[in-house]
Design a protein around this ligand. Sequence first.
Ligand SMILES: CC(C)(COP(=O)(O)OP(=O)(O)OC[C@H]1O[C@@H](n2cnc3c(N)ncnc32)[C@H](O)[C@@H]1OP(=O)(O)O)[C@@H](O)C(=O)NCCC(=O)NCCS
Length: 168
Amino acid sequence: MQSASLHLRPARSSDAARIAEVYNQGIQERVATFETRERSAAEVAAWLDDPRYPVVVAEAGGAVVGWAAASSYRTRDCYAGIAEFSVYVAREARGRGVGRRLMGAFLEACRRAGFWKLVSRVFPENTASLALLAACGFREVGVYQRHAQLDGVWRDVVIVERLLGDAG
Ligand SMILES: CC(C)(COP(=O)(O)OP(=O)(O)OC[C@H]1O[C@@H](n2cnc3c(N)ncnc32)[C@H](O)[C@@H]1OP(=O)(O)O)[C@@H](O)C(=O)NCCC(=O)NCCS
């Protein structure tokens, strides 16, 4: 698969099962998230129903090979323009530029939706994610020590942020 043949588009409800499948690969690998419970298509469909938060997919040869999704940061009105986000590329499609193209389209979708900042937290060991986010203009803010446990082990996380639009 060549990244040049990727089609980037907003997610549709019919993508829910494949988005869950790609997310569950990441959950199983224990490199990307504290989550250990796999997600169902119905749970993903609920995110896709919320019009406030962009979800972008990368499609190759008619199949979704990656997704990026915004989600709530805080409920306080002053933070309405800040979103959390996640990005996952299917195992077989990694390391070929999909994440980079996907994040480009996703950042633009978030800017158009009125967000001024994206934030997330990344395990220090997740070198692929840190490289992708650095390549996409994210700044490493610092490290939360022992932020939570994964499989009973305390883990640090690197805080990342990127300003969008006029804020940037
Ligand atoms: C992180 C992830 C989304 C990256 O997507 P990808 O399609 O593999 O990334 P790309 O091929 O677009 O590469 C983007 C950049 O990261 C670098 N990179 C990719 N994989 C890398 C790796 N394993 N180690 C070091 N650098 C890596 C690339 O060289 C590229 O940098 P460049 O543009 O400066 O050359 C993907 O590996 C993934 O889904 N991982 C599991 C889920 C996950 O960790 N999500 C992030 C949660 S915070």
